[in-house]
Design a protein around this ligand. Sequence first.
Ligand code: PEP
Ligand code: MN
Length: 338
Amino acid sequence: MVVFLKHSASTPAINELIAAIKACKANAVYLQAHHVLVVTNTNQEVINLLSNNTMADSVLQIHTPYKFASVEFKNNTTFHVKGEPIGTNHFNITAGPCSVESEEQIFETASFLHKNNIRFIRGGAYKPRTSPYTFKGLGLQGLKLIREAANHYNLIVVTELLDLKLLDEVYEYADILQVGSRNMSNFYMLTELGKIDKPVLLKRGMSAKISEWLLAADYILSGGNEKLILCERGIRSFDTELRNVLDIGGISLVKELSHLPVWADPSHATGKAGLVKPAALAAAAAGANGLMIEIHPNPEKALSDARQAVDFNTFENILSDLSHIMQLHAQKFQNISA
Ligand code: PEP
Ligand code: MN
């Protein structure tokens, strides 16, 4: 349960209450950002204790291990980035290369997105690569290039924070900081991202259960950063024909369990350019609030994830088919008109 404390509750009094809760064999953690106690392992004794306590303003029973991400905590999230609404009642498209490779590549992509009224550009500057012998991104130069291209075309930059030591640098150039699949369980990173004032896109760990993904979300939300987007990017299975398995049912389920916007990444989910469109359409039909798609002006020449990069014509074709699904959702998504 979440116990909302009165403004007047002082630190010594809160500590006393925590000790009393622990004496009932339950556990309590104080979260300064929300001025609440999260109580776990609750029992009747704790409920009695809290109902008679003068410091507790109100108590919210949340039945899942994750609290702040739960739909029992609140039922809708909306926030704005550079005037663009993001949330449970909106649909946003982000596209761009896997990696920022050159000025020409990123400006060509930005100009193409601008022409198609897409506001969000993605592109990695620091890349998590399985092999240490492959292209790992342009680093700071890549961040500067994507920022310049975005500024030129009034776009919003989504880029990955690969390591906590890069936080200040990535914070400076990004509008939305992406936590990659490999870092979903990097709890120190998540804790720090709970303290910043820029939105975070939290990808699902490739082996993460939905409950683990939502607990990872709680690390960020409980720290006070409520600008959070979840992104389903496929999970590993026994079958290696596809890069991953896009959890379509999981998208719909998380929409029921959580108030957070859920985006989908059909590129990393399938690993094949030809399958990005059906996966994108399926995710949108399942109720996703957005898509993140890897596109490249010249896919064969891409320095990372070339096989899943779609060319500009194919991307326009995806947009056109998506518009049919968006008509079905038009009443739900406030930024879509039928
Ligand atoms: C990416 O989006 O560039 C990326 C590396 O994705 P993921 O973390 O999902 O593998
Ligand atoms: Mn990629």
